[in-house]
Design a protein around this ligand. Structure first.
Ligand code: S3P
Length: 440
């Protein structure tokens, strides 16, 4: 952070995908901008446990890929709490030559996995969950020759789509998939850099307009690539929120990913009256648009957030809900069910924390929420629930400043931010030198 310009860590979603593709490819790949977060470290740890050589120097990672033949074929893997690590790994190992036991942290063992397993089974995979929902949750995968399929994905989940694509690359014939709503498309953008053949096709037999755009995957080996990873828009989200309603001066977040499938928060806030300027550059190597975002202090007004917008701001929704509490008039949110099965029940935590801060939220059912905003609201100081959910801790830090911009910020488990953003409190302090964070 220098002055009013901030660079956030590399995009976590893109980093997971880049590490998996590099590990599967033949030859040495070079990844730049890999964040030093716990989640990405979990993926790197699993890749190494599978016998793949990796050297990390700061945010640069070199990976000597296995070309599809994982050097270690019978292994018990500790996945920890990273959902992206687990779901993408299932797609990779379903076609591997070997037998794998995947142990997961209790928090991850409570999150849904059945859609991923069902999809892989439809391709011929031998995958089973044992004790799912208990503290001893495990997955067992015995690699098999997979078959190409045509599949309409049952839910809008980027992780589900990626598990499918990684399995489809290793199948014996081509596959197609369609999503109910487009989710982040980082893997589709990246795979051609690794030599994969992917295309969007119209399905001649499909009469459902929403599912008319099919992704066609031709199986084949991957070759090494060089990938530059832009900054993570989800890591920038708390700073965007603070810059809009708490700061007196504009803030620029530099070199951040501007992939349209991730820009939901920015688009919704602009609709609410926020002045956010995008200055896009383009990085051909990663296939990802990136650039600078400048956020100006703004007055917000209410809007309606539709289910079709949710995937493009899934991880930013808690902050959007809090910002709606400061907007003129009412904001409706629909399609929120997916928030309940993240690292915690984010809907429940967000509603409780915003209510405790003095915001007026109504929740008629588990999917819908409306909030009658009050632009002049001075949030009440609150006790935050103890949760190790990184995105909740970031939300609490914003609510805490709304209550008292001069701190101290007292949040239980404040170090949970390391899952995606280990330097969060350093950057927080740089933006809010008067405040002090106390974790307990
Ligand atoms: C992610 C997809 C989203 C998101 C998660 C990262 C990814 O999950 O919430 O933080 O990297 O693909 P779902 O695919 O389950 O919606």
């Amino acid at each position: 952070m220098t002055g009013d310009r901030l660079i956030v860590p590399g995009d976590k979603s893109i980093a997971h995908r880049a590490v998996w593709c590099a590990a599967l490819a033949r030859g040495e790949s070079l990844l730049r901008g890999v964040p030093e977060s716990d989640d990405v470290a979990a993926t790197c740890g699993v890749v190494q446990a599978l016998g793949v050589r990796m050297v990390r120097v700061g945010t640069e990672v070199r990976i000597e890929g296995c070309g599809g033949a994982w050097p270690i074929q019978v292994v018990s893997l500790d996945i920890g709490a990273s959902g992206t690590t687990l779901r993408l790994l299932c797609g990779l190992l379903a076609a591997a030559q070997g037998t794998y036991h995947l142990r997961v942290a209790a928090q991850l063992g409570r999150r849904p996995i059945e859609h991923v397993l069902g999809l892989l089974r439809a391709m011929g995979a031998e995958v089973e969950s044992v004790g799912w929902g208990t503290a001893d949750a495990q997955l067992r995968i015995r690699g098999r020759q997979l078959h190409g399929v045509r599949c309409a994905l049952p839910v809008a989940s980027a992780q589900l789509k990626c598990a499918f694509l990684l399995a489809a690359l290793q199948a014996d014939s081509a596959s197609w998939c369609a999503e109910p709503v487009l989710t982040r498309d980082h893997l589709e953008r990246m795979l051609p850099q690794f030599g994969a053949k992917l295309s969007h096709v119209r399905c001649p037999t499909c009469c459902n307009a929403a599912a008319a755009d099919w992704l066609h995957v031709v199986p084949g080996p991957l070759r090494a690539a060089a990938i530059n990873i832009p900054g993570d828009l989800s890591a920038a989200a708390p700073w965007i929120a603070m810059a809009l309603v708490l700061r007196q001066r504009p803030l620029t977040i530099a070199k951040v990913g501007l992939n349209p499938t991730r820009l939901g928060m920015v688009r919704i806030l602009q609709r609410m009256g926020a002045r956010i300027e995008l200055h896009a550059a383009h990085d051909a190597a990663a296939g990802e648009p990136y650039g600078d975002l400048t956020i100006f202090p703004s007055c917000l007004r209410g809007t309606t957030v539709l289910p079709s917008e949710v995937p493009s701001c899934i991880d930013e929704l808690p902050l959007l809900i809090a910002l709606a509490g400061l907007a003129q008039a009412r904001t409706h949110f629909r399609g929120l069910t997916a928030l309940r099965s993240k690292e915690s029940d984010r809907l429940q935590h967000t509603v409780a924390a915003c209510r405790a801060a003095g915001m007026a939220l109504e929740q008629p059912d588990g999917d819908t929420l409306w909030i009658d905003g009050r632009p002049a609201l001075r949030a009440t100081p609150q006790q935050f629930p103890r949760t190790d959910d990184h995105r909740m801790v970031m939300l609490f830090s914003v609510l805490s400043l709304l209550a008292d911009p001069r701190g101290p910020v007292q949040i239980p488990d404040a170090c949970a931010v390391a899952k995606s953003y280990p330097g969060y409190w350093r950057d927080f302090q740089a933006l809010w030198p008067d405040s002090e964070c106390e974790s307990f």
